[in-house]
Design a protein around this ligand. Structure first.
Ligand code: AMP
Length: 458
C-alpha cells in the first residue's frame, strides 16, 4: 500500500516522498481518507505510530484552498506541552515545504509581541498550548470563529496536566460546524465524556501500540532501596556497566527529582542534561537539541516534558522511579527499541513499588525479569570534606577523611573527561578553579592537603 491512494494532493505526496516515507502507517492509512472527507476522527493511538503525519498531511492538502485573515486562524492544533507543539510545527515545515502557509506557534515562555505580530499577518495553522492560546484570546488578540478544523492531540495527557477545563472552553469558542480530530493514547472516563460532548459522529480509528517497541526492547527490573542516595548509586553503576550504551533517557516521576538527579549525575562526571517543566523554554529546547545531536549522552526527564518527543534511536531507558501510571511505562520504554532497533529498558524498583510493577506487568501482558543489582558503595552526596572554617581544636582527630571504596564494576563508558563535565555548572567550574585539589572515587573535590598523612603523637 502506498500514499498515493489516500487522496493527498500532489504537493503533499512529493513532500512525503522527500521525507523518505513509502508506506503509510496504520493510523495514517485509516485516518487520512476520513480527514479529507471532512469527518470528525477519534484516533486512539500513541506517539510513535505516525499520528502527527496522520493529521498534518490531510490538513496541508485541505489548506491548499483558501486564505487566512488577520487574527483569524483557519486551523488550530492543541498540544499539552511546548516541546510537542514545537515538534508539530517542525512537521508542518517538513511536509509543507512546497506550500506557502503561515504557521504560528503560541506557547509559553516566548514573547507575546512576536506571537502577536504573526497573528496579525494571518495564520493558516495555529499550534498552541491551551493556556497561552487563552491568554491571547482574553487580550482580544485572537478570534477563534474562523477555525475550520481543530486537532486535540494527546488528550489523555491534557487530562493529567489539568487542561480539560481549558479544552472545554476552547471547544465552545470555535465554531460548532468545525471539523474535530481528537487523539488520545487511552480512554479514561473523563476523556470519553469530552469526545461525546464535542465530536460529531466521529470515525473511530484505533491502532495498537507499536508492538515493535515491546518486541525489540529488553526489559529488566532492578531491586533498589527507597533512599535517594542508594537509588542514585545503583543508577550510576547501571549506566557505567551498560553494554552498548549509545545514549539514554532517565525518567523520574517528579520535576524536583529530575533537577536533583541531574545535579548529582553532573557531580559524578556524567554527560547529561535535564528536561522538566520548571525550566524556561529556551533552556528546554537547548537541552533537547544537545541530546538530539548526541552532544550529551544522557537526558533526565519527567513524563510530561518527554511525552511524545521524537528522539530517534535511544539505546537505553532508565526508570529511576517506577511510574505511577502503567501507561507511562509504555510511553517511557517506547523511547527505545524504535524502528526495529534493539533497546534496553531498566526500571529501578523498591519493595514499595510492588503494586505499580504488577499494574505494569498486567498492562503489557508479560512479567518483567529481574536482573542482579550492581554492587554499590553508598556515599553521602554532600561534598565529603568541606573546607574547614575553623582550625579544629587541639586534640581533635586531624586525620584525612577515609576515601570511599570504588565498587568493582566496569569502568565508565559514558563518563566525560572530568574537565568537560565540570564545565556543566558554574558551581563545579568554580570548584575546579580551586587548586590544588583532587577527587575521591565518587567524584567529590578534596583539597590535596587533606590527603597528606599526618603524624599523630602517641
Ligand atoms: P509520531 O507518532 O507522529 O510521533 O511519529 C513517529 C515517527 O515516525 C516520526 O519520526 C515520523 O517522522 C515517523 N513517521 C511518520 N510516518 C511515517 C511513515 N509513513 N513511514 C516512516 N516513518 C514515519
Amino acid at each position: 500500500m502506498s500514499f498515493s491512494h489516500l487522496g493527498l494532493s500532489d504537493k503533499v505526496l512529493s513532500a512525503v516522498a522527500a521525507a523518505g516515507y513509502t508506506t503509510p502507517t496504520p493510523i495514517q492509512d485509516q485516518a487520512i481518507p476520513h480527514v479529507l472527507a471532512g469527518n470528525d476522527v477519534l484516533g486512539i493511538a500513541q506517539t510513535g505510530t505516525g499520528k502527527t503525519a496522520a493529521f498534518t498531511l490531510p490538513m496541508l492538502t485541505k489548506l491548499e484552498k483558501g486564505r487566512a485573515r488577520a487574527r483569524m486562524p483557519r486551523t488550530l492544533i492543541l498540544e499539552p506541552t511546548r516541546e510537542l507543539a514545537a515538534q508539530v510545527e517542525e512537521s508542518f515545515v517538513k511536509y509543507g515545504a512546497k506550500q506557502k502557509l503561515n504557521v504560528a506557534l503560541l506557547i509559553g515562555g516566548v514573547s507575546f509581541d512576536d506571537q502577536d505580530s504573526k497573528l496579525v499577518r494571518g495564520v493558516d495553522v495555529l499550534i498552541a498550548t491551551p493556556g497561552r492560546l487563552l491568554d491571547h484570546f482574553e487580550r482580544g488578540r485572537l478570534l477563534l470563529n474562523g477555525v475550520e478544523l481543530m486537532v486535540i492531540d494527546e488528550a489523555d495527557r491534557m487530562l493529567d496536566m489539568g487542561f480539560i477545563p481549558d479544552i472545554e472552553r476552547i471547544c465552545k469558542l470555535v465554531p460548532f460546524t468545525r471539523q474535530t480530530l481528537f487523539f488520545t493514547a487511552t480512554m479514561p472516563p473523563e476523556i470519553r465524556r469530552i469526545t461525546e460532548q464535542f465530536l460529531h459522529n466521529p470515525i473511530k480509528v484505533e491502532v495498537a501500540r507499536p508492538a515493535s517497541t515491546l518486541a525489540t526492547t529488553t526489559q529488566h527490573l532492578v531491586k533498589t532501596g527507597r533512599e535517594g542516595h542508594e537509588k542514585r548509586a545503583t543508577l550510576r553503576e547501571l549506566i557505567r556497566s551498560a553494554e552498548g550504551l549509545k545514549n539514554g533517557i532517565i525518567f523520574c516521576n517528579r520535576k524536583s527529582e529530575v533537577a536533583s538527579l541531574h545535579r548529582s549525575l553532573v557531580r559524578h562526571g556524567f554527560s547529561v542534561v535535564a528536561l522538566h517543566g520548571d525550566m524556561d523554554q529556551p533552556a528546554r529546547m537547548a537541552a533537547l537539541e544537545r541530546f538530539r545531536r548526541n552532544e550529551v549522552t544522557l537526558l533526565v526527564a519527567s513524563d510530561v516534558a518527554a511525552r511524545g518527543l521524537d528522539i530517534p534511536d535511544v539505546s537505553h531507558v532508565y526508570n529511576f522511579d517506577v511510574p505511577h501510571h502503567a501507561d507511562d511505562y509504555v510511553h517511557r520504554i517506547g523511547r527505545t527499541g524504535r524502528a526495529g532497533r534493539s533497546g534496553v529498558a531498566i526500571t529501578l524498583a523498591a519493595s514499595a513499588d510492588t503494586k505499580s510493577v504488577a499494574a505494569i506487568e498486567k498492562l503489557i501482558g508479560q512479567s518483567i525479569p529481574w536482573m542482579a543489582a550492581p554492587a554499590i558503595t553508598v556515599v553521602d552526596e554532600k561534598p565529603a570534606v568541606e573546607r574547614p572554617r575553623h582550625r579544629p581544636a587541639r586534640g581533635h582527630d586531624r586525620r584525612p577523611a577515609p576515601q570511599a571504596k570504588r565498587p568493582a564494576s566496569a569502568p565508565s563508558q559514558v563518563a566525560k573527561p572530568k574537565a568537560a563535565a565540570r564545565a556543566e555548572t558554574p558551581r563545579t567550574a568554580a570548584r575546579a578553579a580551586e587548586a590544588p585539589r583532587t577527587r575521591d572515587s565518587e567524584g567529590f573535590a578534596l583539597p590535596a592537603f587533606l590527603l597528606r598523612p599526618v603524624p599523630v603523637k602517641a
